[in-house]
Design a protein around this ligand. Structure first.
Ligand SMILES: [Zn+2]
Ligand SMILES: [Zn+2]
Length: 265
């Protein structure tokens, strides 16, 4: 599987990156995981919406799904899309989408005209093309799911999403090729009692305990990049902060190859 990081930001808009969005591709299938603010444009700068087969949303915070609104305008305006996009939302997501159409001043059924909309269930595997996806519930401020993503060769990526500390993710990521973790907080002193985010130190600890050959950190404040690099340094390159347009090649039983974005582009 080939991954492209489209955004590494948090909910706060910044010049350097969009919010959450990771593109996963095989030879025949392209699936976008999360479509936070700014990601629809970043997708156009990458493969473009027309090349996409599916979209999977891990939870319904704006920085993970709000760009589903501009994405819809890539599809035919008045008629049904010739090839609808497979959209997989958390339980209750269809109702949210209906409300979104109303608040956008669009007609009822606006999203359904171009999207095949599904609601996934905890632990229930589904396929988009040759990519298998299994959502696992995870502790966040709202219902949220980590995504276990398995490619056609059996290569496995865990995209954990927004989460507080969770041994379940350490177990899930064991023997996977790549773990993608958030690193939102600079300190856990001000988080809720029921934790909803990780510090970079906690993210590194999760990756090390899982024993994965590679982990990347996303969903971090961009001004923390150098500090996060320092926190990752003791892992000797096993854990890295992701950067916008970073590419990651994942194959079975090997440490994924990470390519830094071409800064000239
Ligand atoms: Zn969230
Ligand atoms: Zn978030």
């Amino acid at each position: 599987m080939h991954l492209t990081v489209l955004g590494t930001g948090t909910a706060r808009p910044v010049a350097e990156t969009a919010a959450s969005g990771i593109l996963v591709q095989t030879a025949t299938t392209a699936v976008l995981f999360d479509i936070g603010s700014g990601i629809a444009s970043r997708l156009e700068a990458s493969i473009g919406a027309a090349a996409l087969h599916g979209l999977v949303v891990g939870h319904m915070h704006a920085d993970h799904w709000i760009d589903i609104a501009p994405l819809r305008y890539k599809f035919p305006w008045g008629e049904t899309a010739p090839r609808p996009l497979e959209v997989h939302l958390p339980p209750g997501g269809k109702d949210r989408l209906d409300h979104l159409a109303i608040v956008m001043s669009e007609r009822p059924g606006f999203f359904e005209a171009s999207f095949n909309i599904h609601e996934y269930a905890s632990g229930a595997e589904f396929m988009i093309g040759d990519i298998s996806i299994r959502p696992h519930p995870i502790g966040h401020y709202v219902p949220a799911w980590s995504m276990e993503i398995t490619g056609p060769g059996g290569e496995r990526v865990i995209y954990a999403g927004d989460m507080g500390p969770a041994d379940s993710v350490v177990e899930l990521a064991r023997a996977s090729e790549l773990l993608i973790l958030e690193a939102t907080l600079d300190t856990n002193a001000f988080d809720d009692v029921k934790r909803g985010h990780l510090t970079a130190e906690e993210a590194v600890d999760h990756a090390v305990r899982a024993g994965v050959p590679r982990a990347v950190l996303v969903h971090y404040p961009i001004e923390r990049l150098e500090a996060i690099r320092q926190i990752c340094a003791p892992t000797g390159g096993v854990v890295l902060p992701a950067l916008p347009r970073m590419e990651i090649e994942v194959s079975v039983g090997a440490a994924p190859l990470v390519t830094l974005p071409d800064r000239r582009a």
